[in-house]
Design a protein around this ligand. Sequence first.
Ligand SMILES: C[S@@+](CC[C@H](N)C(=O)[O-])C[C@H]1O[C@@H](n2cnc3c(N)ncnc32)[C@H](O)[C@@H]1O
Length: 385
Amino acid sequence: MKKINKLKLLDNIQFIYELALARLELQSFSQKLKVTNDFREFEITNHDSLKELTTRLAYFKTVNEAFTDYYFLQKFNQTKSVNQFLTHWIYPYKGKFHPQMIRALLNIINIKKGELLLDPFVGSGTAILEAQLLGINGIGIDISPLCVLISKVKTESIDVLDEIKKYQKFYLYKKDGKETADERVKNFYKVAEMMAHSDRSRRGKNFETSHINDALKMLASVEDYYKVKQQLKLKLGKTKIIQGDTRKIKLKNESVDGIITSPPYSIALNYVANDAHSLQALGYDLNQIKEDFIGVRGTGLNKFKLYDKDMEKAYSEMYRVMKRGKYCVVIIGNVTFQGQEIDTTQNVVKCCEKNGFKTVKKIEKIIYGLYNVMQKEYILIFKKG
Ligand SMILES: C[S@@+](CC[C@H](N)C(=O)[O-])C[C@H]1O[C@@H](n2cnc3c(N)ncnc32)[C@H](O)[C@@H]1O
C-alpha cells in the first residue's frame, strides 16, 4: 500500500524563489510530490529513508511529525537575524549567501556525504560551512586574506574550542602566559580583533569593549556549534580554505563533485575598499593586493573589459576542475553603471556554455537592499556533460 508522507515548510519561507527551491530540493529525493494547504505543505508517497529527509532538507520544519535537523540547528543563534545561526554571523561581510539557500542547493545538485564541494570565491565561507554541517568536504578559495581568515575561523574553531577558552585571558585581557602555537586559535582572536576594527570604523564603537564583546559572542557560537554536533550526532565534512586566485586554481582536472559560488558582480562592489580597515590592520598594502581582485582592477570602462577577461579564465578553470556529470551553481546579479543595466547574468551563461557547460536552470531571486529597493539575482545551474 502507498504510504503518504507529509512535509511542512518552515514558517519563515516567504519568497517565490524559496518555494521553488523547496520544491526542487524535495524533488531531488522524491520525483513525485504534491503541493497542498496553499503551498505550506507537501506530500510524497513511499520514501525509503525519511531519516535522510529530516537530516538534509533546508526549507522544511517537519517530515511527518518529526522536526528536521535544520529547524533544530537554526535555533542555536547568538544574533537577532534568523539566518545567522552558529558561526555564520561572524564578521559583517557584505554580500554573504543565505545559508538556507545553500543547503537547498546542495540537495538540488545531489552532492553526497564525503564528496567534495568547491567554492572558488568563498568570501566569508557560507557555502563551506553549510557543506561541513552535512558531512560534505569543502574547499574554499579567495584572493582576500581577510576572507580566508574569516572562513577558516567559522569552520575550524570547533576543533580547538578548549584551546580557545584556555587562551582567553592572554588574548583578551593581556594576562597570564604566552602566545599559542596553534594557528587556528590565533586566527580566532585575530578575527575578533578585525570585528572590533570594523565596529570602530563603521559604527564608531569603542575598540577595546567591542573586541571583548565580539570575542565572547564568537566563543558562544563555537560552543553552540559543538553542542549541535553532539546532539544531532553530526559527522562534519573536512574543510580546506586556501588563499589563491581563481583564474589559476591549484586543483587537479576533474577532482571536485560540485561548485556553488558567487563571483564578484562585475564591478558592483569594491571588496578592497569595503574591508580596507581590516586588511590594513592585517598589514596589507591595499594598492598592491587590489591588482588581483576581479572587478576591482583598472579604471573607467577598462574595468569592465578586465572583469570579463578575468571571469573567462575563472569559468574555464571551474570547468576544468569539475568531474563530468556534476553541477556548478553560480549566483549572480546584473549591475547598473551610469544609468545603464549591464547583463552580467547573460554573460555568465554565454561564457559557461562556451566552456562546455550546459545550462540546466535559471531561477530568479529577489534581494532587498537599502530602503527596500528591490534587485534581482539569478541562480544559474550548469552541468558538465
Ligand atoms: C560575492 S563575494 C562571495 C561571497 C560569499 N558567497 C559569501 O557567502 O560570503 C566574491 C568574492 O570573490 C573574491 N575574489 C575576487 N577576486 C578573486 C580572485 N581573483 N580569486 C579568488 N577570489 C576572488 C572576493 O574577495 C570576494 O570575497
